[in-house]
Write a protein that binds this ligand. Structure first.
Ligand SMILES: CC(C)(COP(=O)(O)OP(=O)(O)OC[C@H]1O[C@@H](n2cnc3c(N)ncnc32)[C@H](O)[C@@H]1OP(=O)(O)O)[C@@H](O)C(=O)NCCC(=O)NCCS
Length: 138
């Protein structure tokens, strides 16, 4: 198992992982090849892939805005879950964030995504009960 920053040429393998998954909301522009390129260019050391041999079996996109980091589309291939890979990918992200002196990160979990809720709780992420998320489309 190896964890490396994602590159443009990894787009199709990453998109294939997302396509399999209902817990990931794939968006037309953000998750297009151009959107992916924009994300990894802005956050070169915070967008990571996890490989077993030449197979991409995990990926996480993280964006840092100068104050907070946001983890998007964190995924482990369905056939490799419950083997500790998610935990290793999250630990690599922790290290990358610490190297950038990022002191707080957020992520969004769909209400019905119980696997993700249990996963993040097991890794000591805490649920915010004190905020609502507001969004606007441009
Ligand atoms: C959430 C996800 C990334 C977890 O990846 P994973 O590699 O299976 O997780 P790990 O094996 O590292 O699990 C670490 C710990 O988290 C907890 N955990 C993970 N998945 C769990 C599940 N389905 N049910 C209960 N606990 C779970 C366990 O405590 C586990 O430790 P254990 O296996 O020793 O009991 C994976 O299920 C996934 O890709 N889901 C689909 C995409 C998704 O929902 N992403 C999150 C969006 S925010």
């Amino acid at each position: 198992m190896e964890i490396w920053p994602l590159r443009s040429l990894d787009y199709q393998a990453v998109a294939d992982l997302w396509q399999q998954e209902q817990g990931i909301v794939v968006r037309d522009f953000d998750d297009s090849e151009a959107g992916f390129d924009r994300m990894i260019r802005h956050n070169p050391y915070l967008c990571l892939g996890l490989w077993e041999g030449d197979q991409l079996v995990g990926a996480a996109l993280t964006g840092f805005d100068g104050r907070r980091a946001y983890i998007y589309h964190f995924i482990i291939a369905a056939h490799r879950r419950r083997n500790g890979l998610g935990k290793q990918l999250a630990a690599a992200l922790d290290q990358a964030m610490s190297r950038k002196s990022i002191n707080k990160a957020h992520l969004f979990v769909l209400h019905n995504n119980n696997d993700a809720k249990k996963f993040w709780c097991a890794l000591d992420w805490y649920l915010r009960e004190d905020v609502n998320v507001y969004s606007r489309n441009y």
